[in-house]
Write a protein that binds this ligand. Structure first.
Ligand code: FDA
Length: 306
């Protein structure tokens, strides 16, 4: 069973990197049950979903999906979408910040382009009193992301990033990031055992360790996980160390464990839903399928019953 799960995981992670499928999927519209995980193709649809979630007591972070950005034009267009998303959040008066990936706005093309795009987005967010979180991508982009964040933080206090528990380097990174708003996750990419714990048990242990380190350093911490074991651990920890509720939040992905999301909000915790939208949904969708075989069964059932 474990071997089958690993094979499926690798299969969907492999598919997630297929550029041709990615290009084709943009023309298909949301297919194969992707609308369970993606809030819509347009900003209007996404804002409507955010409004619905806000009404249930959940706050959000919007992500305009984008992968395989190789030209300057695409990177600028992607940054324009981020700005438009911040405008739309402000105009609609919904409770949401913004998440983005640096490769979307030019990290692999030209670091200066990426930096200037990032500054434009952060200026817009600042104007609205909003916050931008830089998602963490694969290991190859980790150091560049942390370097750019450090540089941006000299001028902006409305930016943070993500730290992945599966990387060996993570504990050292956390030590250096006191006071930085961090989202802590297990890690979603396929990494070599040379840089990341291959064993899930070690990842979970390291995850708990960095949650404790960052919270006890007095820093704002977002615990982004669907794992009950991690959520219960955090609840006990904040209770034991009397960590105020405005120093941390839980986060989950749109469409995953929706009941648990509402329940955490009902218990008085800040619960933020990561809401992806846009026509570039293919890679994101494949990574969600890779995470959990039960999601594949769900999708297959949806395809058959249509
Ligand atoms: P784990 O995968 O161990 O699952 C624990 C339990 O949660 C499962 O047994 C199941 O019950 C439930 N569950 C998990 N995934 C599910 C699914 N897809 N469908 C249904 N149930 C599911 N990663 C990264 O590398 N960089 C990033 O920037 C981010 N950003 C990010 C934001 C937010 C808000 C979240 C929630 C996650 C991320 N991630 C991420 C992804 C993260 O690294 C990780 O891959 C997933 O969250 C899955 O790990 P869990 O902690 O949820 O537990």
């Amino acid at each position: 069973m474990a071997m089958m799960e690993t094979t499926m995981k690798n299969f969907f992670l492999f598919l997630s990197q297929n550029k041709l499928m990615n290009q084709a999927a943009k023309k298909w519209g949301l297919r194969f049950g992707a609308n369970r995980f993606v809030a819509g193709e347009t900003i209007r649809e996404a804002i409507q979903k955010v409004q619905n979630l806000n009404e249930k007591g959940l706050v959000c972070t919007l992500d305009h999906l984008g992968e395989f950005v190789f030209s300057r034009e695409e990177a600028i267009e992607s940054a324009d979408y981020c700005v438009k998303t911040l405008d739309a959040i402000h105009q609609a008066g919904v409770n949401s910040n913004l998440s983005l990936k640096l490769t979307q706005i030019g990290l692999d093309i030209d670091i200066d382009l990426c930096r200037s795009n990032m500054r434009r987005i952060l200026d817009t967010a600042k104007k609205y009193g909003n916050f931008v979180r830089i998602d963490m991508e694969d290991y190859g982009h980790c150091q560049q992301t942390l370097d750019l964040l450090e540089e941006l933080r000299r001028d902006y206090d409305n930016v943070g990033t993500v730290i992945q528990a599966y990387l060996y380097r993570t504990e050292k990174d956390i030590e250096k990031m006191k006071g930085v708003s961090l989202r802590l996750v297990k890690g979603a990419y396929k990494e070599s055992p040379e840089v990341a714990y291959p064993d899930k048990k070690d990842v979970d242990e390291n995850y708990k360790k960095i949650i404790k380190m960052h919270l006890l350093s007095g820093s704002y911490t977002a615990i982004a996980s669907h794992d009950d074991q991690i959520i219960e651990y955090t609840k006990r920890l904040v209770e034991e160390y009397k960590i105020p509720r405005d120093q941390f939040e839980f986060q989950m992905l749109y469409g995953i464990r929706t009941q648990a999301q509402v329940e955490l909000a009902r218990q008085g915790y800040t619960m933020r839903v990561y809401v992806p939208y846009g026509n570039d949904w293919y890679g994101y969708f494949m990574r969600r399928l890779a995470e959990r075989p039960a999601n594949v069964a769900f999708v297959l059932k949806g395809m058959v019953s249509k």
